[in-house]
Design a protein around this ligand. Sequence first.
Ligand code: WTA
Length: 632
Amino acid sequence: MTPLISSWEDYQRCYAESVADPAGFWKREAEQFVWEKPFEKTVEWNFEEPDVQWFIGGKTNITVNCLDRHIERRGDQVAFLWEPNEPGESTRSLTYRTLLAEVNRCANALKARGIKKGDKVVVYMPMIPELSIALLACARIGAVHSVVFAGFSAQALSDRVDDAQAKMIICADYNRRGAKHIPVKAVVDQAMDLGCNSVKTVLVYNNTGKEVHWSDDVDVWWHDLVPQQSNKCEPEWMDSEDLLFILYTSGSTGKPKGVVHTCAGYMVYSCYSFRNVFQYKEGDIYWCTADVGWITGHSYIIYGPLLAGATSLMFEGVPTYPDAGRFWQICDKYQVNQFYTAPTAIRALMAQGDQWPAQYSLDSLKVLGSVGEPINEEAWNWYDQHIGHGKVPIVDTWFQTETGGILITPLPGITDTKPTYASYPMPGIQTILVDAEGQEITENEVEGLLCIRFPWPSMLRTTYGDHERCRQVYFSSFKGLYFTGDGARRDADGRLRIIGRVDDVINVSGHRMGTAEVENAINEHPNVVESAIVGYPHAIKGQGLYAYVITQDKALDDAFRQEILEVVTREIGPIAKPDKIQFVEGLPKTRSGKIMRRILRKIAAREESNLGDISTLLNPDVVQSVIDGVLD
Ligand code: WTA
């Protein structure tokens, strides 16, 4: 494999090279992989259509590069360590050799149920090794996986299954999360009742042994199908630009969109970014606490670490079960070297008190990572002092479902870190800040809209089934640029600090929510006339959801609030439940009838003294009544 970036000078040299000759730079990275047929051209692109292709003409299979390629040198090395939800239960470990055999068995099982190249498979599973086996099995045979986070409801699941026209769903009987056992097979059953007509098989892993409802015509137990398959399965050789996976994510309008990633570019960048951002060295134990339902889990639990031949830990449970020391206990138990989590977890654990990490040595840690939302200074300092003991570099990594991999981050031990700054772009990532008109802002100590002007291998290729939406959302705001939807500040040294979304996407505990999506769910309640959702600062979640609701013929009481929460839980899932619901008589609107979210955001944040000019509103009188009813 290519050498890791080794110093600040080396980073600057790599960055300069990647800009001067992107094709040469990425060709070198790509050549270290196994190709069944070498690529003929490194990159072709235009951001108008958009049309982006990498490693054109090549054929490969990502599982060959994750697994087969490593067998000779590290067949007996552990690929995954697994820590169960219940601390006393036995742990598991899978070597590269065992993982390959299991993946092949599962791949043969998928084939036995008629799954072939190009078919879509929805995965709705807990954090157990079979989840990684299921994804890799899809990739082995060229099926396209689409993981749906297990916190989404039956409705949300069936919407995604229908959009992808998935032929199979893979799930467990129950998921275990702390003290709770979640009946996920029952959720799949409901989803099947709501839609999912394309689904021919529901493959169920027996995780808890609890009873489940069974339909013989579609349901198949994992243990009845997978173990008896052959442990050999020839990989399907995929064109570089064949689909690898679809991952649904929220946008500012309408339903969630399926972000499409393709085989070769994603492979090259997830490996490159994993190795460099975590400075992974042979023998290290790496742990990312994300759920595989999000992009962080795809790139930095499954693909990046396996491509790099790493040993990583997978954890089934939650940070606070059985107590708030669980993460730190696990770090000591497995002697974790690189630990990667989200600010919301850091804040939640910080709130439980310093005595929890104080019980553990945490001496093995070499790198601490943060991802998913802005990390505030207090949380950064706590992470630094109480987990890193002031001597472990923190990498505040910025990326998106759409970017496939980490694009802006300090490199540990290489970049001088500064709290709350994601710092500098990775080699190959040409970030720029623009103003609202799309003019590049070149000076420092400014804020602007974060864009990228050159493609990188793991960027999204399209939104599934709706290429025009992809063009509109990401490439139409500013000509020739990919627009991230984030605002950023650049300091005097050129470091970037991500401020957050400038569109109608709200980041709650690192989970992306679209305002329109949550409003549509609330509006399903028959007594809701109209609603508006905004984000407001929340001590643990980063941002909380604040709902303003106009109602009709219904007592404005807690029972009604409860019904609204139930509707949202049904339509999207518990993760989208508003933290506060204020009943209002009207919503401030522009003369053209658009809800003025800027005003609602300020009121929810208790900045009502600073609303600016409201005289041009259609209904300025409504503002005072909204302020009068604001919830603490
Ligand atoms: C936000 C998550 C600040 C950002 C990997 C982005 C961050 C959205 C950071 C993508 C960070 C992610 N600092 N904000 N280090 N990382 N974000 O698609 O607003 O779930 O646009 O991908 O999370 O969320 P997504």
